[in-house]
Design a protein around this ligand. Structure first.
Ligand code: APR
Ligand code: PHB
Length: 394
């Protein structure tokens, strides 16, 4: 089997890259370990930066997002029980975010993939990568019980944090940067109307809470929990009670509760590998970096990596600009580190850390006071939240 680009993983990174390449006429094959239904069953984030929205339009998959996604002009922060609205639109010269679930993005991309006739193989459990340093790398896997070898020009490692792409890079090449936080997020999805038209990020002595949504009839809520908590110990009732305690009274009073469709605990971590490439293998999305969800940056960073690699590959195949390939990692990492910083900062600012002493607490309160009380502070937060610009590829 032959192709130009072998794409490992059919999450948002792999599917979006595949779709952009299909439209540009650059042949590609996607290999995914799980089934399509399994991929669609994972509940993930739902806040899209303008850059990602634009990229989805460019990929020809923006139509349903335009109809069903909600454009948000602002977001709320709650500190000491006080509600503070950040006018994202006003503070950033007209930029906004769009609320549209990752599940829906993935569904749209899967449909577009089927329509494009692109080759996708699901439930391929044993992908391995070979000859990354040569000019014709190979991907081996088993299809219908038969061994297959896929020969390609380049490999896009879009297989998430647990994938094999990063692990296929020889020891000693990658440097890892990591921070593990001493808590997780317990999330609940329910078919109830959102408590507020805009997202609410709440800092509270009992811990952080977030009110988010997927549609006018579907809500997503989170509460910060200790790492030793087990989801089995959290009945829906206990979740709703805890959420209400962390919200201002007038918000809690309006909260519509209902049975959970999904409930899970996710640990929080920051993680980056450098460089994001080796030979002819390029890492994208969660395969190369993780952010804590506080800044809503995970999915958006995957999109900016896809944009960067796609624009480089366009120039490689159209103009022979193979010189650009060596710059992939550095271009991506400049933006990634800024989003890592923002996500770390938001996490530190809004969560309760077990080892916080009274001095730390006063400093944190002063920081929140400053940021929300100053035009410059609010603008900085808003500019990062709506997403920093993509670098031009030239
Ligand atoms: N072979 C093939 N596919 C694999 C392998 C493997 N060895 N290992 C993992 N995969 C698949 C996973 O099953 C998954 O479908 O790769 C896909 C990776 O998808 P995601 O984990 O969603 O990662 P990505 O596409 O980079 O999406 C960006 O950032 O913050 C998050 O919520 C955000 O999930 C989103 C992610
Ligand atoms: C979500 O809706 O799941 C969500 C929204 C904003 C975040 C994180 C998660 O910062």
């Amino acid at each position: 089997m032959n192709t130009c680009i072998a794409i490992i993983g059919a999450g948002p990174s792999g599917l979006l890259l595949g779709q952009l390449l299909q439209r540009a006429g650059i042949d590609n094959v996607i290999l995914e370990r799980q089934s399509a239904d399994y991929v669609l069953g994972r509940i993930r984030a739902g806040v899209l930066e303008q850059g990602m929205v634009d990229l989805l339009h460019e990929a020809g998959v923006g139509e349903r997002m335009m109809r069903e996604g909600e454009v948000h002009d602002g977001v709320e922060l709650v500190v000491d029980g006080r509600r503070e609205r950040l006018d994202l639109h006003g503070l950033t010269g007209g930029r906004t975010v769009t609320v549209y679930g990752q599940t829906e993005v993935t569904r749209d991309l899967m449909q577009a993939r089927r329509d494009s006739g692109g080759r996708t193989f699901y439930e391929v459990p044993d992908v391995s990568l070979h000859d990354l340093d040569s000019d014709r790398p190979r991907v081996r896997f088993t299809l219908d019980g038969e061994p297959v070898e896929l020969s390609c020009d380049y490999i896009a490692g879009c297989d998430g944090y647990h994938g094999i792409s990063r692990q296929s890079i020889p020891a000693g090449v990658l440097q890892t940067f990591e921070r593990v936080y001493p808590f997780g997020w317990l999330g609940l999805l329910s078919d109830t109307p959102p408590v507020n038209p805009e997202l609410i990020y709440a800092s509270h002595p009992r811990g952080f809470a977030l009110c988010s949504m997927r549609s006018p009839t579907r809500s997503r809520y989170y509460v910060q929990v200790g790492l030793d908590e087990r989801v089995e110990d959290w009945s829906d009732e206990r979740f709703w009670d805890e959420l209400k305690r962390r919200l201002p009274e007038e918000v809690a009073g309006q909260l519509v509760t209902g049975p959970s469709l999904e409930k899970s605990i996710a640990p929080l971590r920051s993680f980056v590998v450098e460089p994001m490439q080796h030979g002819r293998l390029f890492l994208l999305g969660d395969a190369a970096h993780i952010v804590p969800p506080t800044g809503a940056k995970g999915l958006n960073l995957a999109a900016s990596d896809v944009s960067t690699l796609y624009r480089i590959l366009l120039k490689v195949y159209r103009d022979g600009r193979t010189d650009l390939l060596a710059r992939y990692s550095a271009i991506c990492l400049r933006r990634i580190w800024k989003a890592e910083r923002f996500s770390w900062w938001m996490t530190r600012l809004l969560h309760r850390f077990p080892d916080t002493d009274p001095f730390d607490e006063r400093i944190l309160r002063a920081e929140l006071d400053y940021v929300l009380g100053s035009e410059a502070g609010r603008r900085t937060l808003a500019e990062n939240y709506v997403g920093l610009p993509y670098e031009a590829i030239e």
